[in-house]
Structures are given as structure tokens and as C-alpha cells.
Design a protein around this ligand. Structure first.
Ligand code: E4P
Length: 216
């Protein structure tokens, strides 16, 4: 499974990119705001740090405006993907952008029906938001399982990005389901590395290493 980082923080992206962990990046207006940088500057820098797809999200609502905005984003770097909202106008824009060779990521997807429509429109990626579904008492990952089944049934090439990831368990379930990608916030990435027995084992082997040096 590919791992994208769900952040606009260039420092965090660099840290994981140096480990070869970052297959792509997703951003949204909230993440751009958190980064404290202008969207264009942040996106251009991220696109230099990462070879894979970098999703950039705009604010337009009418299809023709989404297309215009998307063309501007796509001019920033060759790996920019245009995030498009899951609306009728959004899907009209997906079709137009796809004809122009611009990649799209249909965002704010909460049902398999929405994912089916996004695939039919020709979306490159679709982003079901599992955490926000969990937040309202639903099982977000169950939606991903259904989407994967539908896409396999009909051979849709749209790739599924498991988004709104809140926990390591979400990432593991995404991988077990066969999702193409999980976009992971940096706090969850940190947790993926950790286990108390790993830390305890390192400490013990370190102590024994030092003791073994004193053997004659
Ligand atoms: C990614 O594409 C989404 O913008 C992001 O995962 C949303 O996550 P949130 O629900 O934690 O804001």
C-alpha cells in the first residue's frame, strides 16, 4: 500500500521522505492554514520534496471555476493533483480536467455511491473520509471495503485514498482491505514506528552490548 502524508508541513514531509516513506502528499485548506504559508509557496515546496502526487484543494464551486483553479494548481508542478469536491459540479469538472490530462482527487466522499459516481466521472483518486464517519458513529472503513469491491467488480482504475485517518488501526485495516493508499497525519506516522517492547529491547541490548565489551 502506498503511504501519503496528510499535511502541508514541509519539515514533517522532509523527515519521512528521507526514510523513503512518502509516496505522495494530501493537503486541504485547513492544513494549509496550519502550515502558516501561502498555498502556492507551500505546494511548490512540497512538490520538490516528493516525486509522487501532491493534492491541492481550492475553493471554487462551479465546474468552470474549479477547472480554472485546477489549471492554475497544475501549472505549479507536474505532480500536482487537483482536489475536487464530491458535488455534481465537482464531477463535471473532474471530467473536463481529466480530458486536459490533469489528475483529480475527489474529496469529501462518505458513501460507496459517491465513490461509484467519482469513478464514472474519471477521477484519478477518490478520498473516503473514514475518521469523520467514525466521529458520527459509523464504521468508516466498512465504506472503504465496499468501494474496493465495487471498483474491483467493474475494473475502475480510480485509486482509493483512505483519508481522515485517525489511528494506526485505520492504516492497518486499509492495508488489509487492499486500499491503494492511506493518507496519514504525522502523529499517526510517529505511532506506526513505536512499540514499548521495541524500546525495552533496544535498551536491554544496549546494556548487554556495553557489558559484553568488558568480557576478557
Ligand atoms: C485528506 O485528503 C483529507 O483532507 C484529510 O484526511 C481530512 O482529515 P480530517 O478529517 O482529520 O480533517
Amino acid at each position: 500500500m502506498k503511504i501519503f502524508l496528510d499535511t502541508a508541513d514541509a519539515g514533517k514531509i522532509k523527515k519521512y521522505a528521507e526514510m523513503g516513506m512518502v509516496d505522495g502528499v494530501t493537503t486541504n485548506p485547513t492544513l494549509i492554514l496550519k502550515s502558516g504559508r501561502k498555498q502556492e509557496d507551500a505546494t511548490r515546496e512540497i512538490c520538490k520534496l516528493v516525486e509522487g502526487p501532491v493534492s491541492a484543494e481550492g475553493n471554487a464551486e462551479r465546474a468552470e471555476d474549479i477547472v480554472k483553479e485546477g489549471e492554475v494548481f497544475a501549472s505549479w508542478a507536474k505532480n500536482v493533483v487537483v482536489k475536487v469536491p464530491m458535488t455534481p459540479e465537482g464531477l463535471k469538472a473532474v471530467r473536463a480536467l481529466s480530458k486536459k490530462g490533469i489528475k483529480t482527487n475527489v474529496t469529501l466522499v462518505f458513501t460507496p455511491a459517491q465513490a461509484l459516481l467519482a469513478a464514472k466521472a474519471g477521477a484519478t483518486f477518490v478520498s473516503p473520509f473514514v475518521g469523520r464517519l467514525d466521529d458520527i458513529g459509523e464504521d468508516g472503513m466498512a465504506i472503504v471495503e465496499e468501494i474496493m469491491k465495487i471498483y474491483r467488480n467493474y475494473g475502475y482504475r480510480t485509486q482509493v485514498i483512505v483519508a481522515s485517518v485517525r489511528s494506526v488501526a485505520h492504516v492497518v485495516r486499509a492495508a488489509a482491505t487492499g486500499a491503494d493508499i492511506a493518507t496519514v497525519p504525522s502523529n499517526v506516522m510517529d505511532e506506526m514506528f513505536a512499540h514499548k517492547l521495541t524500546d525495552a529491547g533496544i535498551r536491554k541490548f544496549h546494556d548487554d552490548w556495553e557489558a559484553a565489551k568488558k568480557l576478557s
